[in-house]
Design a protein around this ligand. Structure first.
Ligand SMILES: *Cc1c(COP(=O)(O)O)cnc(C)c1O
Length: 427
């Protein structure tokens, strides 16, 4: 790359990549290999002892994956990154690096449903406790913190409703209590918002969604902000105490401001194993090249669709932060002035039956449980993802009987609106 500070779109195409040194291939190859030949026995020993960087085994690192990691670190403004098999794997490795049995963390109540399950159920068997707080009230995070609290976790743009969060206010609570702030930036992507600029210490992604962007591959990313002091409190022994399996190295001492990314790789990924497939790293890398173009189109289309729905007589309400009238609009303008994202909810008059009928009548939209595809997607949470809850629980989760969730694609806005129009006409 030229010798100047490149802009976001240039980084999206170039960061981390160069023509393949072995073949000259311009596109980063899919390094479909499990292992890598050592130069000699000393080289092998140096790699295993963390004395030298290099490839050993694709469960721990892979050259295609490495380009993806460098690119996302550049886009988020972090010091290093680790790519893994899925967004949930990224979250698991982050907490595995931070938590000991009996520790707790405070998380936003408004999260992707899968994260609520992971934190509330799976993490229990590691004896990691989650405590819930309300992002609209940063003090509610403070109230949950005690001597065993090790982190705060939020989404920058919360999944079900598309709500922007005052990241700086929550970062201040984290800083005051000496805790790292972890931000899931899946829905916003670094094109709209970079949490590290607002006081986050670690960013996680489901790359399955907008980063990959085409609904064709699972992946997750952890970005190390390089900002947190892992040694100060003594509460993060994975980073601040000698590792016997690596000849007594102290990771924070040895790797400084990218020690967290290293720890997630050489402890969590090595031992728990959720490696990303090289093919998926390649597909996500290719997707990222058009991230700025796609995200802007997603946002522009979503604003047009939300504005149109808002005036429709069969629509009771629209929850989209991009609308001037939305209570979340001021936060959106402050944190994400380029747009309010692609995902939002609205209510159809007629409740459960009408919501279900609307989804069934759509022809361009795909009815499925995903977001962040080039295609427009729809789901009726009350009859699918939230069907096991009581009506009161559904309403509390923002998934009441009338709620329809859209993930607006990059098709022509007129065609997306026409599809909603024909289906609403039949409701
Ligand atoms: C999908 C999603 C996840 C989980 O990611 P997977 O890649 O499905 O494991 C986490 N957070 C958010 C906001 C998501 O949308």
């Amino acid at each position: 790359m030229p010798d100047r500070n490149p802009g976001f779109s240039t980084l999206a195409v170039h960061a981390g990549a160069q023509p393949d040194p072995a073949t000259g291939a311009r596109i980063t190859p899919i390094y479909q290999t499990t292992a890598y030949v050592f130069n000699d026995a000393d080289h092998a020993a140096a790699l295993f002892g963390l004395k030298q960087f290099g490839n050993i085994y694709t469960r721990i690192m892979n050259p295609t994956q490495a380009v993806l990691e460098e690119r996302v670190a550049a886009l988020e403004g972090g010091t290093a990154a680790l790519a893994v098999a899925s967004g949930h794997a990224a979250q698991m490795l982050v907490f595995h690096t931070i938590m000991q049995p009996g520790d707790n963390f405070v998380a936003a109540k408004k999260l992707y449903g899968g994260s609520i399950n992971q934190f509330g159920h799976a993490f229990k068997s590691f004896d990691w406790q989650v405590r819930w707080a309300d992002t609209a009230d940063p003090e509610s995070f403070e109230a949950e913190i005690d001597g065993r609290t090790r982190a705060i976790f939020i989404e920058s743009l919360a999944n079900p409703g598309g709500t922007f969060v005052d990241i700086a206010a929550i970062a201040e609570v984290a800083r005051k209590h000496g805790l790292p702030l972890i931000v899931d930036n899946t829905m916003a992507t670094p094109y709209l918002l970079r949490p590290l600029e607002h006081g986050a210490d670690i960013v996680v992604h489901s790359a399955t969604k907008f980063l990959g962007g085409h609904g064709n591959s699972m992946g997750g990313i952890i970005v190390d902000g390089g900002t947190f002091d892992w040694s100060k409190s003594g509460n993060y022994p994975a980073l601040s105490k000698p590792r016997t399996e690596y000849g007594g190295v102290v990771l924070h001492q040895a790797f400084g401001n990218f020690a967290f990314a290293i720890a997630c790789r050489v402890l969590g990924l090595r031992d728990l194993g959720p490696a990303i497939a090289p093919m998926n790293a390649f597909l996500i890398l290719t997707g990222i090249e058009t991230l700025p173009l796609r995200m802007q189109r997603h946002c522009d289309n979503a604003l047009k669709v939300a504005t149109w729905l808002k005036q429709h007589p069969k629509v009771a309400w629209v929850n989209y932060a991009g609308l001037d009238s939305d209570p979340n609009h001021a936060l959106q303008q402050r944190y994400s002035p380029k747009g309010a994202g692609a995902v939002f909810t609205f209510g159809v008059r007629g409740g459960y039956v009408a919501g279900k009928a609307l989804v069934e009548g759509l022809q361009l939209f795909s009815h499925l449980a995903n977001i962040g595809d080039t295609r427009s997607l729809v789901i009726h949470p009350a009859s699918t993802t939230h069907a096991q809850l009581t009506e009161a629980q559904q309403i509390a989760a923002g998934a009441g009987p009338d709620v329809v969730r859209l993930s607006i694609g990059i098709e022509d806005a007129a065609d997306i609106i026409a599809d909603l129009e024909q289906s609403l006409a039949k409701v």
